[in-house]
Design a protein. Structure first.
Lengths: 300, 236
């Protein structure tokens, strides 16, 4: 008989436990995929390194919280409003700040470094403004915190909604990319921006649009996160890191792969936590990021 | 009327001026060549004409209209097309998808399928490889695809930047033959080349560029007979 190693529990798994964990993995994984695709739309097309991605998410969560606590607007209704507001922020930031950086840069590396620095500054500004207005205490709102149960497996309504919403957004993006001239224009700009211009693509408009879409997705993800977890001004960083992990796994520009990567991360985290301890949740995700970055072949 | 007039064009790149008061015209339905050695500023002229670079002074008049400050995509919509140096194909896309990319502008989109058939007649090898990814093509096939992709935009001014660069001699003459055929179908062509001999043979009008300035202008026949050209560029 083997003696279990110290510190690792070996629980007896019921078949419903496994189903329960699969459902939980899919729910959290689809949220991660949504985070990743929001970042991917911006980075793979414009090469702007949006390390404030989690902060647009945080802003979306606080906007939802404000509408909920001051005007009693249900989070599910404010979802669209939040997308519009954070999306507009993305479009305006591109037009006012990042457009210059993109056009003056002599290389894509220069775009990446300069945008990284600016987003870092924006991240601090946004976190401080939100702290100033709402204090650093955690806040919360909830929607759909009631479970529904089928065949002994239950899921909270808000998690089910998050999974469906994420799947719809990702599917919509994949369809647009594959089947429309707009999607083709985005692919050309992603491949080679000068060549795209020579094909007659208004690259400037494509970049502004991608920033709008990416920020809108981040804000809406914040609305969904706030239904499930508590909200605080410094919550952004951990979501930024998850989003980067997802696109490192999926590869830039691969929107379908983003779904797979998000789900994989969801499974790794859910099962990893089950067999160890919830305290390792964050460490599991970042270990995956580090391992993939170190081991990945160049050019993939 | 000229298809294109470049007047007193000066361009700087990264703080250093590379073109000084360049002026030349492109006649309709002919081949105009810009020749010169590496670093003479030939590519910069085409990039500025197509709007990828901005001049510090001078003007670009296309079909009677000043386009000096138009963004690139509008110039493409108006009928300008540049086949860039190094081809710049979309390497993750197939041959057919690259050709379709050329028909992005609304004018060309409507007639895309007809134009593709025309390109496949011009370069039958592209039809054989239409499902293949562009990166699997040989150098010569890639150049044919780049030319085909350019023609897909239904240009009235077709510009080619060093189409023979890096190709084996046999392929070079096939590419020049294709350019001659494109002209005979009524296209206006502006070509930039280091390959002076082949260019002189197909060009109706020639401009020699040295250190960012145009030094000699004339017809292809005239320059092919000129002693200066023979000595400096043809090694005769």
């Amino acid at each position: 008989m083997r003696i279990p190693q110290k510190g690792i529990r070996l629980p007896i798994l019921q078949i419903t436990d496994i189903f329960q964990m699969i459902i939980a993995s899919l729910a959290i994984g689809s949220l991660y995929a949504l985070l990743g695709i929001g970042l991917n739309v911006v980075y793979s097309v414009t090469r702007l390194v949006n390390i404030a991605h989690g902060d647009w998410l945080m802003l979306g969560a606080y906007l939802t919280y404000s509408l909920f606590s001051f005007y009693q607007i249900s989070p599910i209704i404010s979802l669209a409003v939040v997308g519009l507001v954070t999306g507009s922020i993305g479009g305006l930031l591109y037009k006012s700040l990042f457009s210059r950086i993109v056009h003056r840069a002599k290389s894509l590396a220069e775009v990446e470094v300069n945008s990284y620095l600016i987003f870092f500054g924006l991240l601090l500004v946004v976190e401080n403004l939100v702290t100033l207005r709402f204090s650093s205490l955690t806040r919360g709102y909830s929607w759909g915190a009631n479970p529904i149960t089928y065949f002994g497996v239950s899921i909270l309504v808000n998690r089910l909604f998050t999974a469906i919403f994420s799947a719809v957004i990702i599917a919509a993006l994949v369809v647009v990319m594959r089947a429309t001239w707009l999607g083709k224009a985005i692919r050309f700009a992603m491949d080679d921006r000068d060549a795209a211009k020579l094909m007659g693509v208004n690259v400037e408009r494509i970049f502004a649009l991608c920033c709008t879409i990416g920020f809108a997705i981040a804000g809406m993800a914040g609305n969904l996160v706030g239904m499930i977890y508590e909200v605080s001004p410094t919550m952004g960083l951990s979501y930024t890191l998850i989003a980067f992990t997802v696109i490192v796994l999926a590869g830039t520009g691969n929107f379908g792969g983003t779904l797979l990567a998000g789900l994989s991360l969801g499974f790794a985290e859910t099962f990893g936590v089950y067999f160890t301890t919830p305290a390792l949740r964050v460490i599991i995700a970042y270990s995956i990021l580090i391992i993939v970055v170190v081991l990945r072949r160049r050019g993939s | 009327m000229y298809c294109l007039s470049v007047n007193d064009l000066s361009v700087a790149y990264g703080g250093a001026q590379v073109l000084w008061n360049v002026s030349f015209n492109v006649e309709e339905k002919g081949i105009t060549a810009l020749l010169g050695s590496n670093g003479a500023g030939k590519s910069t002229i085409l990039k500025t004409i197509s709007g990828l670079m901005n001049p510090i002074s001078g003007e670009i008049v296309f079909e009677g209209r000043d386009v000096t400050h138009l963004p690139t995509y509008k110039r493409v919509e108006n009928g300008m097309c540049l086949v860039p140096e190094g081809r710049r194909l979309f390497s993750s896309l197939s041959v057919q998808e690259n050709l379709e990319a050329g028909a992005y502008n609304k004018r060309a989109r409507l007639r895309m399928n007809d134009t593709i058939e025309r390109i496949y007649q011009l370069f039958p090898v592209l039809k054989e490889r239409k499902k293949q990814s562009a990166r699997t093509l040989s150098g010569g096939e890639q150049q044919m695809l780049a030319i085909g992709r350019g023609l897909m935009s239904l240009p009235t001014l077709f510009m080619l930047d060093e189409p023979s660069l890096g190709l084996a001699p046999l392929l070079v003459s096939r590419i020049f033959e294709a350019i001659r055929r494109i002209k005979s179908e009524g296209e206006t062509v502006l070509i930039v080349e280091q390959n002076v001999w082949n260019s002189l043979r197909i060009a109706d009008s020639v401009n020699i560029l040295e250190n960012g300035r145009i030094t000699i202008q004339g017809s292809g026949e005239e320059l092919a007979e000129s002693e200066i050209i023979k000595k400096a560029y043809l090694g005769l």
